[in-house]
Design a protein around this ligand. Structure first.
Ligand code: FAD
Ligand code: GLY
Length: 368
């Protein structure tokens, strides 16, 4: 007899794991099916920033969702510590978005006037707090609330907590087909055998358009390759994350600094390149010249799950009953993971969902 699960989750990245976690907490029998090891896809490549303010430009449903997700982190970190014994290294060291030109200063100051959670800081103030930054800055936007976590520890903690709640995690188990089995079940066909589930959640990151015709027809997910490196610099005083354009420096608790990240649409290759890493090194030196003395630690790459408009797909697939999608989290899957898991749980339990989120993240965007 094949095991029967209430929910089968395809993909064991941060989105699949967070979804499985919140469903398990509601008493559902869940199984996660993962091609390789959990947390080994894009989630492993992430810098771990919870950049609700840093990564958004508009005051829209996405920004609201991002802030709600960010706000779930303190409780999640505490619960995961109790449930798994793993500290996900949630820290609020704040972020500076640097103005390198007078025009950038004008635009960032305007943002500070409109957004209550961000402040404009003068060049002198910023350099007093972050003396290693380049002296040529015009000031910076300070975002106190945008913290960070360790994505690797977050995925491991979620995995352990799911196992503690008797959830099943099938690693090295790629799903290659999904069939309707009878009126109320799905059959998940994997390289390791077949499994029955009443409901499914498609959460396999950049690969989300690869299994299910019905989803791929409506909402393409594509890879956006991102390369990163980490370095260590003795005596470095950097204490906040700093951002300029698409480059960021993230100081980690182990003393390393993560430098990210490149952006390349449609590239499925997961190896870092000299081109990508040297471009990041140049950008990093422009923000913090002393970084040229840093010791290289390692470089890596991952595939962000890109969507048509940079916003995730979270909802039901209307053409297939009890089939949910949590995909396309692009640059912000770590940030958005808790709120995504909660939204899928609420959909499962037929709870009321904020209509703004239903509309913004619906699968068929052309229905807008
Ligand atoms: P993934 O983590 O890729 O997980 C999908 C999983 O599905 C994979 O493990 C894969 O093996 C599995 N899978 C695929 N096909 C199948 C199949 N057929 N059967 C079973 N399993 C399958 N976000 C932030 O919020 N903050 C950051 O600081 C940040 N920095 C980033 C830096 C870089 C360089 C990159 C590349 C991304 C960054 N992101 C960041 C984005 C974030 O990493 C992603 O949005 C997030 O990891 C997506 O999670 P996911 O679970 O959807 O995808
Ligand atoms: N959010 C950072 C990145 O995707 O590179």
């Amino acid at each position: 007899m094949k095991p029967l699960y209430d929910a089968g989750i395809i993909g064991g990245g941060v989105i699949g794991l967070s979804t499985a976690y919140y469903l398990s907490k509601s008493g559902l029998r869940v199984a996660v099916f993962e091609s390789g090891k959990t947390g080994s896809g894009s989630s492993r490549a992430a810098a771990g920033m919870l950049g609700a303010h840093t990564e958004t430009e508009e005051n829209d449903a996405f920004f609201k969702f991002a802030k709600e997700s960010q706000a779930l982190y303190p409780e999640l970190a505490q619960d995961l510590l109790l449930e798994s014994g793993i500290d996900i290294q949630l820290q609020y060291n704040g972020m500076y978005k640097l103005a390198m030109t007078a025009e950038e200063a004008v635009s960032l100051k305007k943002r500070a006037e409109l957004e209550p959670d961000v402040e404009w800081h003068s060049k002198e103030y910023v350099l007093k707090n972050e003396p290693d930054l380049i002296a040529a800055i015009h000031g910076a936007l300070r975002i106190e609330k945008d913290g960070q976590v360790s994505p690797v520890l977050l995925c491991e903690a979620l995995k352990q907590a799911i196992l503690q709640m008797n959830g099943k995690i099938y690693e090295n188990t790629p799903v290659y087909k999904i069939n309707r089995f009878n009126i109320s079940n799905y059959e998940i066909k994997t390289a390791q055998g077949d499994y029955l589930c009443e409901s499914l959640v498609l959460a396999n990151g950049a690969w989300s358009s690869c299994i299910l015709e019905d989803f791929a027809r409506n909402a393409a997910v594509h890879p956006v390759k991102g390369e990163c490196l980490s370095v260590s610099l003795q005596g470095c005083k950097l204490s906040s994350t700093v951002f300029h354009e698409s480059c960021y420096l993230v100081p980690k608790l182990d003393g390393k600094i993560v430098i990210g990240a490149t952006m390349e649409n449609g590239n499925w290759n997961q190896e870092p390149t000299i081109k990508g890493i040297s471009a990041l090194m140049e950008k990093a030196k422009k923000m913090m010249p002393v970084i040229e003395h840093a010791h290289f630690h390692k470089a890596w790459a991952g595939l962000r799950p890109g969507s048509i408009d940079g916003k995730p797909y979270i909802g039901r697939l209307s053409s297939m009953p009890n089939l949910f999608v949590a995909a396309g989290h692009y640059r912000n899957g770590i940030l958005l993971a808790p709120r995504t898991g909660v939204m899928i749980r609420d959909l499962f339990l037929n709870r009321t969902i904020d209509s703004e989120f239903i509309h913004a993240f619906q699968i068929i965007r052309s229905e807008r």
